[in-house]
Design a protein. Structure first.
Length: 190
């Protein structure tokens, strides 16, 4: 949709411009609820804004405000991160090591990405060890459910409980569906 030549949405037009569009905005458009939830949660509960980082297919860890162009996005799309090739792993590993070097001994790294597959866990666990944690409530949830859960937490101002990835059960029974959110009533004229 946004990568199609001649796509007319504002985001598609910005991606074709030299300055591009923010990575977080692009990922939110591409993955919808899940990434929107991750980004909102990370921004709401990170100690500092610069602690919010996004895993990219070819550029390691980047702030969500990093500008990306259509060419960058096209390069991302050419990488199969599920197989953990070197074009994905090498920059992620380098950035994770640089991040780890600047952490205090009691700092935690919270992974809001997929914990069920090894694509992120293998690389990041090797660098952060027991400091790499994830929300326990993610176990058994699909992407959309995790996104909805994270958005509810932001709305309620409630941080999830985290557990170390190392040794944790990352696959489990599907938890009950989240209750529907109350419908927002938009006042007339607003």
């Amino acid at each position: 949709m946004i990568m199609r030549p001649g796509a007319g949405s504002l985001l598609a037009r910005r991606l074709r411009e030299p300055l591009g569009a923010p990575l977080g905005e692009v990922y939110t458009f591409l993955s919808g609820l899940y990434f929107r939830g991750k980004l909102a949660y990370a921004r709401a509960f990170a100690d500092r804004p610069e602690h919010v980082l996004v895993i990219t297919p070819t550029a390691g860890l980047r702030p969500p405000d990093t500008p990306v162009t259509l060419d960058v996005l096209d390069g991302f799309a050419r990488i199969d991160i599920a197989n953990g090739g070197s074009r994905f792993r090498r920059p992620l590993l380098a950035d994770a090591r640089a991040l780890a070097a600047g952490l205090a001994s009691d700092d935690e790294v919270i992974l809001l990405g997929s914990i069920a597959s090894p694509k992120y866990v293998d690389v990041l666990s090797g660098v952060f060890g027991p400091r790499l944690k994830f929300p326990l409530a993610f176990v058994g949830r699909g992407d959309m459910s995790r996104g909805g859960l994270l958005l509810r937490c932001v709305a309620e101002g409630a941080k999830l409980d985290y557990v170390p990835v190392a040794g944790a059960t990352r696959h489990g029974a599907r938890p009950p569906k989240l209750p529907p959110l109350p419908r927002r009533v938009v006042p007339a004229g607003g």
